[in-house]
Design a protein around this ligand. Structure first.
Ligand code: ATP
Length: 483
């Protein structure tokens, strides 16, 4: 299916109709760039988390986990540089009162208008890039004026000056110091550095992994769950000898790309690419993005950075505590390689590459979510062919016997064809149907989601098939062989 805005609208509506993602507070008109995960969405999200968590903490004997609080001492954010430097550029249209990021306004204008003039495009983007590097806000404003860029929605050119905008949400905390909602999970790792070393006897090199919510007051939050104000990150900070910075940076870049390809590579190899960063975050000395081909183009899904000793050094200074490694002949602040993946963006990447509209031989359209089996919210469905003659009872018994081992559904609410369609739409890999033959032979039909083929199998085989086909074992084994 063609990846375009029409497809993206279809995807958003599919996600809602089939219980994956709902707009937050919808009964009150919704809340800009905040979403909730529905019954199937939360299962898919949990499966993605489980896979990431196991790939980090189970596959690597030197990576441990942590679950730190969202609210932290406000000095954490002074030390990390977020209070002073976690800024985006902001320009406002005085007529529409809409806020934009000027560099994105220019990029989008150039993409749209200089299609047939690559030299002009390159010249404009190179000027933008230089001005961004020099933090020359005046020149970026002049560029917007020279290009006569209007508000994309309201078509007005009446712009304010460009200013910096801090992206952290501040919380008023009575008479005490202001608190912040964390904009990244990483600081909960740095602030627990000593506790984790001591309690778990960690030796360099080692990593600390964390999954959790982050919050950013994005200037333009849009593209569904791609850019939200409340989102989830899966981050891992890997502590190393300073002289091994580039070795580990290269290792994690390759490792992370391999991970994405293992997870979602069927037909999607070309949808991933690794790109070096042009504009580094304030804490990074070198960085790269893994980009995915979303319905709206290639965009970042995960960042890999070297944060060197930036964070631990600043926390040492602010906290007056020693955050270093003590070895026999040396004491030092380790360098850090970070892998930082947005869970919601990964969800969107997997969802968009799995959602297909297929034309069947009879001319009808089938909508099917071809998720990797181990990520499917429901691993198998059990149906009776008809709601009579004892078939529901047999199907219910099969369901009850194995539901303790697998995430299953039992359904008898519609005709068999409709039941199959519904499971296709939510990505269930297998459907098992109890029919009149079952009574005589203890066999059922298994129907495969991807090619809709059917065959008969013995009831005893059902659990084994689900286990073999949908478990994480094989893919984790492939990853554990990565060097
Ligand atoms: P972008 O340039 O797209 O704003 P970033 O470079 O600021 O992203 P990082 O700070 O490196 O992002 O965060 C790591 C990951 O967290 C990103 O690769 C992305 O997957 C995810 N992420 C960041 N901001 C958001 C957001 N507002 N909504 C959803 N996911 C996000």
């Amino acid at each position: 299916m063609k990846k375009c805005s029409h497809f993206f609208d279809f995807l958003i509506s599919h996600a809602k109709i089939y219980g994956f993602i709902f707009p937050s507070s919808e009964i009150y008109g919704g809340l800009n760039a905040i979403y909730d995960y529905g019954p199937h969405g939360v299962e898919l999200k949990n499966n993605i988390k489980e896979f990431w968590w196991k790939s980090m903490t189970q596959i690597h004997e030197n990576i441990v986990g942590v679950d730190s609080s969202i609210l932290m001492h406000s000095n954490v954010w002074h030390a990390s540089g977020h209070v002073d430097q976690f800024n985006e550029l902001l320009i406002e249209n005085k007529d529409s009162n809409k806020r934009y990021r000027p560099e994105i306004l220019i990029q989008e204008y150039v993409d749209k208008n200089f299609l047939n003039d690559p030299k002009k495009k390159e010249k404009t983007l190179s000027r933008l890039s230089k001005s961004l590097k020099k933090r020359d806000l005046l020149d970026i404003k002049i560029l917007i004026d020279e290009l006569c860029i209007c508000d994309p929605v309201f078509k007005r050119k009446n712009w304010t000056e460009i200013r910096h905008f801090n992206m952290m949400f501040k919380i008023k905390n009575g008479n005490e110091k202001d608190l912040y909602l964390r904009p990244e999970t990483a600081q909960g790792i740095f602030s627990n550095f000593q506790n984790i070393i001591r309690s778990n006897r960690m030796k360099i090199p080692f990593g600390i992994a964390q999954i959790g919510k982050s919050f950013r007051n994005e200037i333009i939050a849009r593209k569904f769950i791609f850019r939200m104000r409340e989102f989830e990150q899966m981050e891992m900070q890997f502590f190393i000898l300073p002289e091994e910075e580039m070795k580990w940076y290269e290792y994690w870049k390759k490792n992370r790309l391999k991970w994405h390809l293992e997870l979602n590579s069927e037909d999607n190899k070309k949808s991933y690419k690794l790109c070096d960063h042009d504009h580094l975050a304030h804490y990074a000395s070198v960085g790269a993005d893994i980009k995915f081909h979303f319905p709206f183009g290639f965009q970042e899904i995960e960042g890999i950075h070297s944060r060197r000793d930036f964070d631990l050094k600043n926390h040492e200074f602010f906290s007056k505590k020693k955050l270093r490694i003590f070895e026999l002949d040396r004491n030092y602040i380790p360098y850090v390689i970070e892998t930082s993946l947005g869970l919601d963006r990964l969800f969107l990447a997997i969802f968009s590459s799995s959602l297909k509209k297929e034309k069947l031989k009879n001319g009808k359209i089938r909508i099917v979510l071809k998720l990797p089996y181990y990520l499917s919210p429901i691993k198998a469905a059990i149906f009776p062919l008809v709601r009579k003659d004892g078939l529901p009872e047999i199907a219910k018994k099969i369901f009850n016997d194995i539901r303790g081992y697998h995430r299953l559904v039992y359904d008898e609410k519609e005709s068999i064809g409709k039941l199959y369609r519904r499971q296709d739409a939510i990505g269930t890999p297998f459907c098992f149907t109890v029919d009149y033959n079952t009574i005589k032979t203890d066999t059922v039909t298994i129907r495969y989601r991807d090619n809709m083929e059917q065959k008969r199998i013995h009831i005893k085989e059902i659990s084994k098939i689900i286990e073999q086909e949908t478990g994480l074992r094989k893919i984790l084994k492939n990853l554990s062989n990565f060097r």
